[in-house]
Design a protein around this ligand. Structure first.
Ligand code: UDP
Ligand code: MG
Length: 334
């Protein structure tokens, strides 16, 4: 029996300090998996150099010459973690049956890659690595992350909590993922949308092997903001809601001002001014909100997201003769 071809995709940005150790440890993992016939001998590690400014690519080239597992992909400039990862996934998918993505700093437990592969054998198309505890993160990072998942859930974006980009995906799940052509990539949000049978594997997240985090606060905030605005038009809805609120308040305030006017409690001119301020302000917000609704529609249209993914198609080949089991197998079986 031949195992599936596994490719481990590792995006790297200025990772010269960890690259050799990472290669060593991942190679050991692959060797074990191959020895136990869990994956094919053709399995590889694909390093994606995301426009590093240090010796990262030199090291990848050197490893390629010495280590048969190692392959490299060099991007022309820094495009950020998500895009680099996608580049790696698209390149890897063509020659793999399943792909594991993992960060270069080995904060994620490479020991569970074996469990990922076992789950793949059990028939799961997507296996999420989920952090058990976040003790190694700072208090700040932990609370902001928790708040982030709560907020995302509230506005209808269902992420797998405490899951970063450490996961296994089967070839067919990846092919569905690639149909999402959006430019603002937020893979963690997209993968659950793809569907298929999925499961979680829990692990402890460790400290970074060496070097510094490539996600400083500024990038983290931008990432979170991107995540929200690429998936939800709730913020626009909120403006519409505010507009309605302001119009209603302006009606109440208008009633009050008129009452003051009629009972002779006001300076002349106050009533008309106060009513116009509230009413016009409310109308403006409402108008912005309505325009926003249309922009929201445009935004969803331009993404051209796929509207479905087929898991089993027992129709397309019906009536075809038994002489083409290959076609049948490729649509029905894995
Ligand atoms: N990374 C990348 N391009 C970037 C920033 C980061 O490819 O522009 C890679 C980085 O090399 C690492 C992964 O993304 O493999 C996650 O980055 P990091 O570990 O610094 O993030 P943290 O774990 O601190 O959130
Ligand atoms: Mg890290």
């Amino acid at each position: 029996m031949k195992g599936p071809i596994l490719t481990i995709v590792v995006p790297c940005y200025n990772e010269e300090e960890v690259l050799l150790e990472t290669t060593k440890q991942l190679s050991a993992v692959l060797t074990n998996l191959i020895d136990d016939v869990l994956v094919s001998r053709e399995s590889k590690i694909l390093f994606v150099d995301d426009g590093s400014k240090d010796r990262t690519w030199d090291l990848i080239e050197k490893e390629m010459a010495e280590n048969p597992f190692v392959k490299g992909l060099k991007l022309a400039r820094n495009v950020g973690h998500q895009n680099a990862l996608l580049a790696g996934l698209e390149t890897a998918a063509a020659k793999s049956d399943c792909v594991v993505s993992i960060d270069a700093d080995l904060q994620d437990d490479i020991g569970v890659i074996r469990t990922f592969v076992e789950k793949y054998w059990d028939g799961f198309d997507v296996v999420y690595g989920v952090r058990d505890k976040r003790e190694t993160d700072t208090f700040f990072k932990r609370t902001t992350a928790l708040g982030f998942y709560r907020l995302m859930n509230k506005i209808g974006i269902h992420l797998v909590p405490n899951h970063a980009d450490f996961r296994l995906m089967s070839k067919r799940a990846l092919e569905e993922l690639f149909k999402y052509k959006e430019t603002n990539l937020f893979l963690r949000g997209l993968v659950p949308l793809v569907g298929f049978k999925s499961t979680k594997v829990f692990y402890d997240r460790k400290e970074r092997l060496a070097g510094e985090s490539k996600y400083p606060l500024k990038k983290m905030l931008a990432f979170a903001f991107d995540g929200i605005t690429s998936f939800s038009i709730t913020p626009i809805r909120f403006v519409t809601f505010l507009g309605f609120l302001a119009v209603i308040i302006s009606a109440a305030a208008g009633g009050y001002a008129l009452f003051q006017e009629l009972t002779g409690h006001t300076e002349s001119g106050w009533t008309s001014i106060i009513i116009s301020i509230w009413f016009v302000g409310g109308l403006q917000l409402l108008a912005v909100g309505i325009i926003g609704e249309y922009i929201g529609k445009i935004y969803r249209e331009v993404k051209r997201r796929p509207r479905y993914a087929i898991e089993v198609d027992a129709f397309s080949n019906h009536g075809q003769s038994e002489q083409q089991p290959g076609i049948l197998m490729s649509t029905v079986g894995k």
